[in-house]
Write a protein that binds this ligand. Structure first.
Ligand code: AMP
Ligand code: MG
Length: 326
């Protein structure tokens, strides 16, 4: 069984072909980058998707050496994400599905990060840390669905690091530069904000920005920022593991590139006798392979139904708990 899949939730327009063994037959990615320092401008990202979508599709099919007729069904990221990006993807993909009479499956983008992570690392039932630009969530599968045990209340960890980076004149994304600067820093006190199982980074970013205006060195601030935010994540993940009785931890997302975060989590897991794994960076950021693999897992031998394809709509605020596994 093979699916042609599309990722279109934010800045990446991806097209892939994946089969039910988990083989990746093609993986094409176009990334909207925008102007330096501005982040994603939603209508620009959507316009970019419209420019590249035809080319992305033909490239993915060519790379897979398949024709659309060889494909069993189409998968698309239905949400959560930016409405304009989601529409630019879905409107196009509906046309492709209708023209070729293929079933169309809408999948949850966040769950697809988790499931591809499991496939690639051979994890069975971990606690997940999803630490991307926009999202920071501690998730585990309990009682027939993925549940969020803790999350950031305002800004995601990656975006928080990028925001501080902009304030002190670093390039985008700022995570890697902050990691470098931190190597030569020492600790200055910052607020440590864990509320129950949730974490909050925005006050910390305000504080480090103020300290930087007072002349504290970038190195010290980067070091302290990392130590504080990563300790918060480690604390909450450990509590989630204890609560769920799980013996594996899986780190996913762009922030998973950070060696200091990895080493803190490694120590915590070792002390608990738990396994710790990190999703390879190539598949940590948004991609269409995750959508294809999730499509394969969700597909229930549906047949093409014109009405159903036409009625499929975007789900910009779709939470993982809303997807129930019978
Ligand atoms: P994603 O949304 O999953 O593509 O992740 C992008 C985020 O990862 C950006 O906010 C980056 O700043 C962050 N990031 C990338 N490399 C690092 C790093 N070495 N340390 C911390 N954050 C990083
Ligand atoms: Mg993502």
């Amino acid at each position: 069984m093979k699916t042609l899949s599309f990722e279109c939730t934010a800045h990446t327009f991806g097209v892939a072909v994946v089969d039910d063994k988990g083989s990746i037959l093609s993986d094409v990615k176009y990334q909207y980058t925008g102007e330096k320092g501005k982040g994603i401008v939603p209508n620009e990202a959507a316009e970019y998707f419209k420019e590249v979508r035809e080319e992305a599709l033909s490239k993915a099919l060519k790379e897979s050496k398949l024709k659309i007729k060889d494909i069993d069904f189409i998968s698309i990221s239905q949400g959560p994400g930016l409405p304009l990006s989601l529409y630019a993807g879905l409107n196009f993909v509906k046309e492709v599905a209708l023209k070729n009479k293929k079933p169309l499956i809408g999948v949850n983008h966040l769950i697809s990060h988790l499931e591809l992570g499991k496939l690639l690392t051979k994890s069975k039932d971990p606690v997940f840390i999803l630490a991307t630009g926009a999202n920071t969530q501690i998730i585990a599968f309990e009682g027939g669905r993925y549940r969020v045990f803790g999350e950031c209340l305002s800004i995601g960890l990656g975006n928080a690091l990028d925001k501080f980076g902009r304030a002190i004149g670093l390039g985008f994304p700022a995570g890697p530069e902050i990691e470098e600067l931190a190597k030569n820093g020492s600790y200055v006190e910052l607020p440590y904000v864990v509320k129950g199982m949730d974490v909050e980074f925005s006050g910390i970013i305000t504080k480090v920005t103020q300290l930087s205006e007072k002349g504290i060195s970038k190195e010290d601030l980067c070091y302290s920022l990392q130590e504080t935010c990563f300790s918060m994540l480690t604390e909450v993940s450990e509590r989630a593991m204890a609560h769920c009785g799980k013996k594996e931890l899986l780190l996913i997302g762009g922030v998973a590139a950070n060696k200091r975060l990895i080493s803190m989590l490694e120590v915590m897991c070792k002390e608990r006798g738990a396994d710790f794994k990190v999703v390879p960076l190539k598949y940590s950021g948004d991609n269409a392979v995750q959508i294809g693999w999730q499509g394969i897992l969700d597909y229930k031998d549906e047949k093409f139904n014109e009405d159903k394809v036409k009625k499929l709509d975007i789900k910009p605020g779709w939470r993982v708990e809303e997807v129930i596994y019978p």
